[in-house]
Design a protein around this ligand. Structure first.
Ligand code: FA5
Length: 355
């Protein structure tokens, strides 16, 4: 009996010594120390011994049990400690390693230009206002001295909504996707707050698509109305904007043109940055401007009929207006070499992230 117990003890100690995981430890505990384990079974045999032998064997059995239990406790402590070490090794953090920098986006080139343009005009008192980008024919054309069926409308390549139901046929005509921001002119006058110094920046839509044309683009529309406003103020504002946005070395000029809603009307040009306004590079005609000037956009003195449509007396008030394309203006800045305006809206991050 004693030999059996000591053999059992040796076996149990060997097994606990080899245990590596909590699962193995539990299995070894059940096998040797469990209620139906090998030690409990061996102890049952004590009952068959006579009194003296039972006392001796009982003492040994208790020693074996204590030894095996101590071995179990030591093994358990070893396993817990090594699990903690493993965890520490896995979770170790090297604070000197370079981190993973999350990608940071930025505003789109057009949005940056809109912010900058608004800022420049804010400095000379032009207040940003917003007018509908889907509007009545009346504001886009009729109130701007372009009656229905007038051929001047053709230039605006306009998207009209279908003539269906009450939505498209209000008292102010059909609904259009605004082909220019000039629809804000009469709307601003209708507010009845004078003098007016408005800058209206919004989306415009035309049935056009080419390297210089987008079906959706942005314009910024300036309108100044007061008593005694003249072309001089228009030229001054134009000059101020060009020098702030393009640089102090750029020159401006007004060229006669025709719009139905301004009289007189002008195209506004700025000197070309490539040839410095000379029209020639190394004695050869400048490829960009071909004559020293680049066209920025239209402008003019507000037509008396437009002032009347806005409820103002043209004998008392005068004003000027201009409307320029945001994308085209931005593309004329030196250093931005975009040869196709549509690239702006292709959503190609390789292009957009450069700006
Ligand atoms: C107008 O739209 C007039 N409303 C401007 C104006 C306002 C004149 C106030 C007088 C007084 P125009 O059609 O030329 O004019 O357009 C003005 C500018 O918008 C152009 O010079 C160009 O920069 C831009 N533009 C016009 N069509 C497109 C297009 N499809 N894609 C990109 N930019 C365009």
């Amino acid at each position: 009996m004693q030999d059996v117990l000591l053999q059992l003890q040796k076996e149990a100690l060997d097994v606990f010594l080899k245990v590596q995981t909590p699962e193995e430890l539990e299995a070894a505990r059940v096998e040797y120390l469990g209620r139906k384990g090998r030690l409990a079974e061996a102890m049952k045999d004590l009952a068959a011994l006579d009194v003296d032998a039972r006392r001796d064997a009982g003492k040994i059995a208790n020693d074996v049990k204590r030894t095996v239990e101590a071995s179990f406790a030591a093994t358990e402590a070893r396993i817990v400690e090594s699990a903690a070490e493993d965890r520490q090794a896995q979770e170790w953090l090297d604070v000197s390693l370079p981190g993973v920098v999350p990608a940071v986006g930025h505003l789109h080139l057009t949005t940056q230009a809109i912010d900058e343009i608004s800022d420049i005009f804010a400095h000379i008192g032009f207040v940003r206002s917003r007018h509908p980008e889907v509007d009545w024919d009346y504001y886009a054309f009729e109130s701007l001295n372009m009656p229905k069926e007038h051929p001047a409308r053709d230039e605006w390549e306009t998207f009209f909504a279908e003539d269906e139901g009450e939505i498209a046929l209000g008292e102010k005509g059909k609904i259009v996707l605004t082909p220019h921001t000039s629809n804000g002119q009469v709307r601003e006058m209708e507010k009845g707050v004078l003098p007016i110094r408005m800058i209206n920046i919004g989306k415009c839509y035309r049935r056009q698509a080419s390297a210089r044309h987008l079906p959706m683009f942005h314009q910024f529309e300036g309108l100044m109305v007061d008593t005694n406003v003249s072309v001089t103020e228009l030229k001054g504002v134009f000059d101020y904007f060009v020098k702030r946005y393009f640089g102090a070395n750029r020159e401006t000029r007004l060229r006669p043109y025709h719009f139905r809603f301004t009289e007189p009307s002008f195209e506004l040009d700025i000197s070309c940055a490539v040839c410095d306004g000379t029209g020639k590079v190394d004695g050869v005609k400048c490829k960009l401007c071909k004559g020293g000037w680049l066209e920025l956009g239209g402008a003019g003195m507000v037509h008396p009929n437009v002032l009347k449509a806005g409820g103002l007396d043209p004998d008392v008030y005068t004003g000027f207006a201009f409307g320029w394309g945001v994308e085209r203006t931005m593309m004329m800045r030196s250093g931005i070499n975009i040869d196709d305006i549509r690239t702006l809206y292709k959503n190609d991050l390789r292009f957009l992230s450069q700006f």
